[in-house]
Design a protein. Structure first.
Length: 266
């Protein structure tokens, strides 16, 4: 198999390393296409694939082409890429907010997959949702699913519009988690712990709580109730959260992120 990754920023490199790790492709058959000269030199030093330009005719020989550039850079990229991309090639886009129809029209190509990964993909623990253009044959969808699965779990969605919700829920989701962890650590520091000890308490607590969610035969409400005894310390904290409508505002924030994704796609 030959694969080209166009735009080798953080997520592009995550895929490159995952494909090599699982022997999906060799370094010789992995093209890293980059426009910025400084970035190209950095990629050469990394030695994880053959570095080239975005209008290299050899890109047309790739079985899979992954577009991992910033959404605002797509129009300029498409002007060059459409000259070397053949209609029968499978293109996977991880550009947030760029619809399949727009990619099809810009590249004169009907075999488009649109995916939304998240940052834990770096550790092979990512969550990726993807959808496909109507013309894409099932064998190419399965091939794309295998590639996306090298960075964690992947889920196919028939409705492309749901990718805006995925962007808000799991694409942006790690930042919400980091935000909560940060403020818990800050609370620990206010109560007298130094940075390292406060961080250890919170991170280990979050790790253990995650495994409880994954393994306990209880709902989230039941898990909360098991910790929050009547009149106790946990209930005191939860009552403050409820009075401040923390849960409701978290939901509102995620919906707002979804709405912003829809705005950007237009």
């Amino acid at each position: 198999m030959k694969i080209t990754i166009i735009g080798c920023g953080n997520m592009g490199l995550i895929y490159a390393r995952a494909f090599l790790k699982y022997n999906i492709v060799t370094k010789e058959d992995l093209l890293l296409a980059e426009k910025n000269d400084v970035r190209k030199q950095e990629l050469v030093k990394l030695n994880i694939g053959r570095v080239t330009v975005v209008n290299d005719p050899e890109i047309a020989e790739s079985d899979i082409i992954i577009i991992a550039v910033k959404p605002q850079d797509f129009d300029a990229l498409a002007a060059e890429l459409k000259l070397v991309v053949q209609a029968a090639k499978c293109i996977i886009s991880i550009m947030a907010g760029v619809k399949i129809k727009r990619i099809e029209e810009a590249l004169y190509n009907s075999f488009i997959i649109r995916a939304m990964p998240n940052s834990p993909a770096e550790l092979g623990m990512g969550m990726t949702a993807f959808t496909a253009g109507k013309a894409l044959p099932i064998e190419l969808i399965r091939k794309a699913e295998n590639l996306l699965g090298t960075t964690g779990r992947s889920v196919f969605l028939e409705n492309e519009d749901l990718l805006d919700a995925v962007t808000a829920l799991s694409g942006s989701g790690p930042a919400y988690f980091f935000y909560i962890v940060k403020h818990m650590i800050d609370a620990g520091k206010k109560m007298g712990f130094d940075d390292a000890v406060a961080a250890m308490f919170v991170k280990q607590t979050m790790l253990g709580a995650f495994h409880l969610i994954n393994n306990a035969d209880k709902s989230l409400d039941e898990l909360i109730k098991a910790v929050a005894s009547k009149g106790g310390t946990t209930e005191a904290a939860l009552s403050v959260f409820e009075d401040a409508h923390v849960g409701e505002n978290i939901q509102k924030g995620i919906v707002k992120a979804r709405d912003r994704s829809i705005e950007l796609s237009k």
